[in-house]
Design a binder for this molecule. Structure first.
Ligand code: NAD
Length: 508
């Protein structure tokens, strides 16, 4: 049994915590309490006083003021501070990972993995802090030099989803910090305590350097605090992670004010299994991707396309493996699947199963609710003779739709026929099949894997998806460019003033 009081104390959390911070915690004048509940048993863990309009103003002003000095610190010096943040997260990996599991419901190894992802992001950003460079161009004019440089953008608004309560903050925060931006985090109202714990950790580092206002926090409802932030022209970039429905609204709000957005929205991810695939790998990959995190990853496997020659054997093994999945307390190390986040997620799970049945799907295993408290559901496999409409929606739950196909090209067409475009995979030993899947006529997703499941990306690559997944990229590769503004500079070191394209404009 987890000693919750001890865990909260280790992370310097109280029974009631302030929900807005600039380095200094802010006490809002109205006490609008948000209780964080354990999804495994519905019991309250602790609560947070949500930010009001006043608290939000204080936070934006602090972030703006801090930007004026933070941007002028050399990027490698900012990187040193992010290095310290990564080291502090190493110290707190165990309690923070436990709190992620307790509050969100993912199993402990995934909770710890999420904190490891934060640490990896800090390490990545430290290196990046010496590499924020642009190219030199050859000028067409004599004794002219042309180059591109990158400047910090300003205050970045980071809105995060419940399912990655801390890692997604780090994807954004570590990059934004080395890029010279300050930021305001609005976490999901389902996971406020992990956000307070992370803010406590970042405060320690910033206090050590006499800094504040770089990492800021506002906890409150999307419809008030979130809405204020996405419409605030003092926040030039909103990095939004969440549902496609909310992402569309964020895209419109930011575009109206010529702000920028990074959108990381819903996925509807699939694996195609060719006849020459190594089936033991398929089985393990499918189980982790479809059942891991109780199907609550944006990259969770939702659709499985099996070649008809191997379908029966794979389905039989999968059904057997599903039968041995243990669900329960995510902090118990023998648990493989935790609860869904709340009761409405449970309702959506069952509504999708009912729709699938109405549309001709056959439930092979699961479909029920375990007889215990908390938001638990059974992981479910639904066999479909065609690509039914409900399979085109993202239901954030452990439901796997299974289809059969005969030709790879046909499977790819159906694979690409959904509105979302996040993660995809093929299992095959054939170079032809793998390369077809990765070619211009292959997967249309932001992530395309060979012999690896759809979930569990490394931070080194740019993460994100196409179509209704929003088109944003975060984490590795050159994702940092979204957090800066580009400037093209031309320097004339000659004694003449030649115009580009040979234009003449001489005055006698
Ligand atoms: P959600 O859309 O309900 O909420 C996301 C965030 O938006 C929360 O912080 C919420 O408070 C905030 N919000 C709500 N209304 C707002 C408003 N009017 N203005 C500004 N912010 C507002 O999503 P969720 O249920 O927390 O997360 C699940 C969804 O997130 C799934 O669709 C999943 O696929 C997606 N997701 C995507 C990625 C990715 O990288 N593509 C990663 C994680 C989750």
């Amino acid at each position: 049994m987890t000693d919750i009081k001890k865990l909260l104390a280790e992370l310097e959390l109280e029974a009631v915590n302030p929900g807005a911070c600039t380095g200094e915690w802010i006490e809002p004048s109205e006490r609008n309490e948000l209780v964080s509940k354990n999804p495994s048993n519905g019991q309250p863990i602790a609560s947070v006083i949500q930010a009001d309009a006043d608290a939000y103003e204080q936070v934006v002003e602090a972030a703006q003021a801090s930007f004026a000095t933070w941007r002028m610190m050399p990027a490698p010096a900012r990187g040193e501070i992010v290095r310290e943040l990564g080291n502090e997260l190493r110290k707190y990996k165990d309690p923070l990972g436990r709190l992620v599991s307790l509050e969100m419901g993912k199993i402990l190894s995934e909770g710890l993995g999420e904190v490891q992802e934060m640490i990896d992001m800090c390490d990545f950003a430290v290196g990046l802090s010496r590499q924020l460079y642009g190219p030199n161009m050859t000028s067409e004019r004599p004794r002219h030099r042309m180059y591109e440089q990158w400047h910090p953008l300003g205050v970045v608004g980071i809105v995060t989803a419940f399912n990655f309560p801390v890692a997604v903050w780090a994807w954004n925060a570590a990059l934004a910090a080395v890029c010279g931006d300050t930021m305001i985090w609005k976490p999901s109202s389902s996971t406020p305590l992990t956000a307070v714990a992370v803010q406590n950790i970042s405060n320690k580092i910033m206090d050590r350097h006499g800094l504040s206002g770089v990492f800021n926090l506002v906890i409150g409802p999307g419809r008030s605090v979130g809405e204020r932030m996405i419409n605030d022209s003092r926040v030039p970039l909103i990095s939004f992670t969440g549902s496609t429905r909310m992402g569309r609204h964020v895209a419109e709000a930011t575009a109206t004010r010529f702000g920028r957005s990074i959108l990381e929205l819903g996925g509807n991810n699939a694996i195609i299994v060719e006849p020459d695939a190594k089936l033991d790998l398929v089985l393990r990959a499918v189980l982790f991707a479809a059942v891991g995190t109780a199907g609550q990853r944006c990259t969770s496997l939702r659709r499985l396309f099996l070649h008809s020659s191997i379908a029966d054997g794979v389905i039989e093994k999968l059904v057997k493996a599903y039968g041995s999945i243990t669900s329960g307390d995510p902090l118990d190390e023998s648990t493989l699947m935790g609860p869904l986040v709340n009761e409405s997620a449970v309702e959506e799970h069952f509504a999708a199963i009912e729709k699938a049945k109405e549309q001709g799907g056959e439930v092979l295993i699961g479909g029920g609710r375990p007889d215990k408290p908390g938001n638990f559901v059974e992981p479910t496999i639904i066999k479909c003779s065609e690509h039914i409409p409900i399979a085109c929606d993202e239901t954030f739950a452990p439901i796997l739709y299974v289809f059969t196909y005969d030709e790879l090209e046909e499977a790819i067409t159906v694979h690409n026929s959904v509105a979302q475009g996040l993660s995809s995979a093929i299992f095959t030993s054939s170079v032809y099949s793998a390369e077809t899947f990765l070619s211009h006529e292959g997967s249309d997703c932001g992530i395309a894997n060979v012999n690896i499941g759809t979930s569990g990306a490394e931070i080194g690559g740019a993460f994100g998806g196409e179509k209704e997944t929003g088109g944003g990229r975060e984490a590795g590769s050159d994702a940092w460019k979204a957090y800066m503004r580009r400037q093209t500079c031309t320097i004339n070191w000659s004694t003449e003033l030649p115009l580009a394209q040979g234009v003449k404009f001489d005055v006698e």
